[in-house]
Write a protein that binds this ligand. Structure first.
Ligand SMILES: NC(=O)c1ccc[n+]([C@@H]2O[C@H](COP(=O)([O-])OP(=O)(O)OC[C@H]3O[C@@H](n4cnc5c(N)ncnc54)[C@H](OP(=O)(O)O)[C@@H]3O)[C@@H](O)[C@H]2O)c1
Length: 292
């Protein structure tokens, strides 16, 4: 008989959260409690305590975050309240009920000056407030409970679109291309895109294998934002030029890593599920969204 895990998910209506809900609620291995911001505000310790300690959860997944990277530079307090102290409140509740504390993190914990992709053993050194607040969140979780899983993902695209960002990069590119708007995308900033559907399935495997510690869970391969956008239009059969520009021509409030590609040294020995190449994940996403 399968051992059913009682899982609480915070941030359930977010981009990643909604794919975790659809995947986990279809599985007989989980009994999922999906919590939105209306159910729990992670910046409030009492709210977290009330939501999480009333039941004996085996796992708590914290997918809630303040994700607007540029706004974080001004909204420093909010960034740390949600991404760091919020994570601490959740981890404390997990320790109290002896649940595994899962924290979703980001490639932006890295500086981005490395020529190859970042593995789990590379040391974070964030260069933005968002990255610093997420790294603080990781540390607070690790410091609070020995039973934690930190899943780093990057350049996320999913059916729901990031609620905090009002969509996702691919949606914006397709919308602008269809409207005939001029498009300029940076060609010297590199990353590994992550399809939320794949991240949700990976999380399932990680929970089943009892994995703890840090895991990099992006789709495989590395691309520039320009390559990512060009491939999306090609796969969606939209003919529209995308001007290739250097990051220096597109100044933003937050400094972003030039290369934040994530690779994993750990996954192969842990799960049977192989993260697919980003091009295949993008094809699946565009098919799911009926763009092809
Ligand atoms: N988006 C990316 O490109 C990206 C890249 C790397 C890592 N990540 C990480 O992946 C995770 C999921 O991101 P996402 O793209 O799914 O973002 P998202 O769509 O903005 O989802 C974040 C969720 O957090 C909720 N939330 C915000 N503040 C909260 C609070 N104080 N209490 C409770 N819930 C709160 C939001 O609720 P409302 O909808 O009510 O605001 C939303 O449902 C985050 O940890 C993020 O740091 C994202």
């Amino acid at each position: 008989m399968t051992n059913v895990l009682k899982v609480a998910l915070i941030g359930a209506n977010g981009q990643l959260g909604s794919d975790i809900v659809s995947h986990f609620s279809q599985s007989d291995r989980y009994q999922l409690t999906a919590l939105t911001r209306a159910d729990v505000d992670i910046t409030q310790a009492e709210s977290v305590q009330k939501a999480l300690t009333s039941q004996k959860f085996d796992v708590v997944i914290n997918s809630a975050a303040y994700v607007r990277v540029d706004d974080c530079e001004q909204e420093v307090e909010t960034a740390f309240k949600v991404n760091a102290f919020g994570a601490l409140h959740v981890a404390r509740a997990c320790r109290e009920i002896d649940a595994l504390s899962v924290y979703i993190s980001t490639d932006y914990v890295f500086r981005g000056d490395q020529s190859s992709g970042y593995t789990e053993s590379d040391l974070p050194d964030p260069i933005s407030i968002y990255g610093a607040s997420k790294f603080a969140g990781e540390n607070l979780v690790r410091q609070t409970t020995p039973r934690s899983l930190i899943l780093r993902i990057s350049s996320v695209f999913g059916k729901a679109g990031a609620s905090g960002k009002g969509g996702n990069f691919i949606e914006t590119i397709i919308k602008k291309a269809k409207a005939g708007d001029p498009l300029k995308v940076v060609n010297d900033m590199f990353m590994s895109p992550t399809y939320t559907y794949d991240a949700a399935r990976l999380l399932d495997e990680l929970l089943q294998s009892g994995t703890i510690g840090v895991i990099h869970g992006a789709n495989t391969g590395i691309c520039s934002w320009h390559e990512f956008a060009t491939q999306a239009l090609k796969l969606a059969n939209i003919s529209h030029p995308i001007e290739s520009i250097p990051a220096s021509a597109f100044p933003t409030k937050a400094t972003r890593p030039m290369n934040s590609a994530l690779t994993s040294d750990r996954l192969e020995s842990i799960t049977t599920l192989k993260m697919r190449p980003w091009q295949e994940a993008l094809t699946a996403y565009l098919t799911e969204k009926s763009y092809r």
